[in-house]
Design a protein around this ligand. Structure first.
Ligand code: XMP
Ligand code: MG
Length: 188
């Protein structure tokens, strides 16, 4: 009979750091300046993908000097996000219309690209004036569909990470740096 292993949660302090809190702050600040310059004189709508992008969005928004409003969407991908099955479902839509608005979709990680291609298609149906993508991390080697972000915090190899909003089984989102989750953890 097949057995499943319950996830275990090793302490974050024992995991290798990929990006420190200070490195993240510097990079997010630079992205905020770039976005502010690109949208000078315009208003933007930041649409965060819950829950992973919540922390990145809150820091990025404060590094942006043009007028910005927030909205949030939530999606579920069947099974663990790591092994994307390709099926993405919207579980929370935007609250406010985005027609003729300058929209930036804000995500924690661009991985296979399935989530953001789905969301981009959905958002384009609302006829925004423009639509761009900002992602904290990018794993280009994992891409299954052709999609690129306009603003990328850091490009990383195919390693599972936690912290700065990113989770393993909903844990570790509040870890303030980005760390490598150990591959040999039971349940991973
Ligand atoms: P796509 O559709 O691009 O999915 O495959 C992106 C989503 O996958 C999740 N993801 C991760 N979450 N550490 C995480 O905590 C990771 O290393 C990781 N890689 C992908 C994440 O939810 C992202 O939104
Ligand atoms: Mg996510």
């Amino acid at each position: 009979m097949a057995t499943t292993t319950a996830p275990t949660f090793p302490p974050a302090a024992g995991m290798d750091i990929l990006f420190t809190k200070a490195q993240i702050a510097d990079r997010v600040h630079a992205l905020g300046q770039q976005i502010s310059a690109d949208y000078a004189g315009k208003d933007i709508v930041l649409i965060g993908v819950l829950k992973g992008a919540a922390i990145f969005l809150s820091d990025l928004a404060r590094a942006i000097t043009v007028d910005a409003t927030f909205d949030f969407v939530a999606v579920s991908s069947y099974g663990r996000a790591r092994v994307s099955s390709g099926a993405v479902k919207l579980i929370k839509d935007i609250d406010n219309p985005i027609e003729n608005k300058n929209v930036i979709l804000v995500e924690d990680i661009l991985d296979t690209g399935l989530t953001l291609s789905y969301l981009r298609g959905l958002m384009l149906q609302h006829k925004p004036a423009s639509l761009k993508i900002a992602t904290c991390l990018d794993k280009p080697s994992r891409r299954l569909v052709p999609i690129e972000a306009d603003y990328v915090g850091f490009s990383i190899p195919n390693q599972f990470v936690i912290g700065y909003g990113m989770d393993f089984a909903e844990r570790y989102r509040n870890v303030d740096d980005i760390r490598l989750f150990p591959e040999d953890t039971p349940g991973h």
